[in-house]
Structure formats: C-alpha cells, structure tokens
Ligand binder design. Sequence first.
Ligand code: ZN
Length: 185
Amino acid sequence: MQTHFKKIIEALGEDPHREGLKDTPERAAKAMEYLTEGYRQSVDQIVNGALFESDDDEMILVKNIELYSLCEHHLLPFIGKCHVAYLPNGKIIGLSKIARLVDVFAKRLQVQENLTKQIAQTLRSVTNAKGVGVIIEAQHLCMMMRGVEKQNSIMTTSVMLGLLREDPRTRAEFLSLVGSPLSRG
Ligand code: ZN
C-alpha cells in the first residue's frame, strides 16, 4: 500500500521526498489499514461468548454509538451515529459488543444502507432476538467537500427486523426513544 500512496502523491504533482511528505506513504498506509481493520476481524471473535441467559423481554437500546466509516465510492469518510435496539429472546449480549459489532462493519469500504443492514442482520443471527432495529444518521464527506457541497445534509437509514418491523407499537417505541426524525413523520 505504501508504494501506491507514494505513486498517488507523485500523480498529484508533489515531491514524495520532501520533508513533510517523506513518511506520508507509510503513515497513510497504516491509517488505511486501521480504518479497514474490519476485514481482518470476525463476528465470532468479537462476540467471544459474551451472550448471557436472560428472561428480560423489554427492548434494549444503545443510542449514539459513534460511527466512522469510508464510502466505497470515493474512499472518503462518513461520520455519524448509530442507534441499535433489540428485543431479547432468552439471550442478551454484552453492551460493549454491540458497539464493536458496529465497528467491525464500519471499518470496511461501505455504503450506509448496506452497513445498516449488516449490523441488523448480524445482531439478529447472533442473539436470535425477536426483533432488531438499527438507525444510522451520518454526514458524508464526499457530499460535503466535493460535488454538491451540501454541508448540513444528514443521511438517515434504518433497518427493522422481526417484531420491530411487524409490530407498529414496538417500532414507534424504538423511534421515539431514539428521537429519530423518522418518528416525527
Ligand atoms: Zn461517497
């Protein structure tokens, strides 16, 4: 990757050997590796048995999980918040694991819609939950810095599975707890 970053710097018309840039290919490669480390992690490894028996059947919600990802169309960041809810079905998952599941998919090249779906489907299959809801609200640097240059637009995507999809009251509860614009119609 370092070689390629060096070529990109040259293609920009810059001198990759000047003081400020001489270590940049190495740094950029390391940063890119970190931002895409989700490719080298597995869901099993992350969950690592942190599933606990429980007869709790109330909705469990983790709000405002920080989200950093890279759009697969421009390799530019999109940044935002992720809200995750599920209705347990005999098993609950450690809270920190939910944030890590968000990360394992966010740290790949993504489109926001697919990221939302992957988080929801994975949480459902890992916990066997009766319902799962995931909302992502994010700002895309590819929109803010280039192209249409819309500075304040926030893209919202949501995926509802099981009871969160089928039961309007459960779904409404989730949306109002999150304070999502989706709940205000
Ligand atoms: Zn983009």
